[in-house]
Design a binder for this molecule. Structure first.
Ligand SMILES: [Zn+2]
Length: 322
């Protein structure tokens, strides 16, 4: 994902206001389950604070921030549990002199991996901040952080991206249009999920097979032919269920004539024909059946039995709720 894309977000606009009014806070919490968006946001935030032009992304200062070569900008990705000693060394560092002039920035991602003792250490730094030090804590979910930390940080929520935005971003990264559209539909607004999926052509194949089965499923005699398909194998069935849910959610939108954007924006996929087979209630029942299938898998019922039951339930939803 291009960093500049994050400049359109409400989270960035809120930070930008603080920078432009000279009121940069000492503690921000960046909140998003999307790991790619979070990391890019932290880089953009740091460049915007350090750059004389407010984050042009082109000058040598910006470049050094983005390449992690600026002496006063420190990134920490807390992928494993942070120890109290590590926390203390970061906190001590916040008391050292500014090397390049201006401000020192600490950008910490995946802060949910800080346990309560570590969070308590940081709390003190939050309460008595050093002037000209700003700490960004990025988390998937703010509830993983102490309430006292939550209340002292200014919150910056990065909202999920629309399917159109994700498609545009993926295509700018060189992904072809059809793959980008499938990935965007699947990723629920997350650039992290969309990128992962766009990199893997296996997903696109699975999606097409799932779509074709829903398109052609008309009577119970077909079910036995569909069962051996690899999309229902143990290793694929969870993805298959996610795909079915995306498709049937769009079918529900179409058959209820709701004015909500569809997730599947690629017109190569003939959603309308599937939608002709389902009333809105039928589509809703079929989505419920998918959730029941997930529950059965959770209780270790084998994938073949789960699939057989699911396909029967989808057919029943189709014909019983006309
Ligand atoms: Zn710059």
């Amino acid at each position: 994902m291009r960093i500049a894309k994050l400049a359109d977000t409400a989270a960035y606009k809120s930070l930008k206001k603080d920078i432009e009014s000279g009121m940069i806070g000492h503690a921000y919490m960046v909140i998003s389950p999307d790991g790619v968006a979070r990391k890019q946001f932290l880089k953009l935030a740091a460049a915007s604070i350090m750059c004389d032009k407010g984050g042009c992304l082109a000058c040598s200062l910006c470049k050094r921030v983005l390449e992690r070569n600026h002496l006063d900008v420190k990134f920490y990705d807390i992928t494993t549990k942070m120890t109290v000693e590590q926390a203390i060394s970061i906190i001590e560092d916040t008391h050292t002199a500014i090397l390049e002039g201006g401000r020192k920035l600490y950008l910490l991602d995946n802060c949910e991996n800080m346990d309560l003792r570590v969070q308590n250490k940081f709390l003190k730094t939050y309460e008595e901040p050093n002037p000209n030090v700003t700490i960004f804590m990025a988390v998937t979910n703010e509830n993983s952080m102490l309430r006292t930390i939550n209340s002292r940080a200014k919150k910056l929520y990065i909202n999920p991206f629309s399917s159109e935005e994700l498609v545009q971003e993926l295509m700018s990264l060189g992904v072809d249009k059809k793959s980008a559209e499938i990935a965007a539909a699947y990723s629920q607004g997350s650039m992290e999920k969309a990128e992962k999926m766009a990199e893997n052509s296996e997903y696109q194949e699975l999606f097409s097979i799932v779509f074709d089965i829903l398109l052609s499923l008309k009577n119970s005699k077909q079910i036995v032919d569909f069962l051996p398909n690899r999309i229902f194998d143990k290793e694929n069935i969870n993805t298959t269920l996610d795909f079915m849910e995306i498709i049937l959610s769009d079918v529900l939108i179409l058959s209820s004539k709701a004015e909500i954007g569809l997730k599947i924006i690629n017109r190569d996929f003939d959603l309308e024909t599937i939608a002709e087979g389902f009333s809105a209630a039928g589509a809703a029942m079929a989505i419920l059946a998918i959730n029941e299938a997930r529950t059965r898998l959770y209780y270790n019922i084998n994938a073949v039995s789960v699939t057989e039951r699911l396909l029967f339930d989808i057919l029943e939803a189709r014909y019983k709720w006309q």
